[in-house]
Design a protein around this ligand. Structure first.
Ligand code: ZN
Length: 171
């Protein structure tokens, strides 16, 4: 009934739900620091947040993966939660771009809510279940009028085996 894609979707879906819940009580992040740019992807209160800061950063450069405890007042300090700086928002997807006049850094940040990321992972298995249900219904309807469940061929003369596709009807 399910193919590999649907199973993978469900696994992905379960993993995202776990991260979603986790995002409310921890700050998991992946950060890449180069001499001129720092790019971070982090979990934050029901959203995945991407943050890019362009400025000269000190070493160490490279990748960092970690988890920070939530500090008090962090939400209010976050650029993405500052309405004044928010440039674009649609259905919980937010984007902000900040360039202070002193020109020392440029900051771009975007947030996508977890529920939106979950939609496609739920849609694929759901579609397959629906297709399976429709197929079952069609097979039952064909059987009811003496047709082959698979191809619809009239089986009243040959009830043992479909001469068209070879299917043996289950009794
Ligand atoms: Zn048939």
């Amino acid at each position: 009934m399910f193919n590999v894609l649907a199973v993978m979707s469900l696994v992905l879906c379960a993993a995202m739900v776990a991260l979603w819940v986790r995002s409310y009580w921890t700050r998991d992040y992946v950060e890449h620091i180069s001499p001129s740019t720092s790019v971070t992807v982090k979990l934050r209160e029901g959203s995945v947040v991407w943050l890019k800061i362009e400025m000269s950063s000190p070493p160490p450069y490279g990748w960092e993966i970690g988890s920070r405890p939530i500090s008090a007042g962090e939400s209010s300090r976050d650029v993405i939660n500052t309405p004044r700086l928010l440039e674009w928002e649609f259905m919980g997807v937010r984007y902000a771009h900040v360039r202070p006049t002193n020109g020392q850094f440029t900051l771009s940040t975007a947030a996508v809510p977890f529920w939106m990321l979950l939609c496609p992972t739920i849609a694929i298995p759901l579609l397959q279940v629906m297709r399976w249900a429709v197929r079952q219904e069609r097979r039952a309807a064909r059987r009811a009028v003496g047709q082959c469940a698979e191809c619809g061929y009239d089986l009243r003369a040959t009830p043992e085996r479909c001469p068209e596709c070879g299917t043996m009807p289950q009794k």
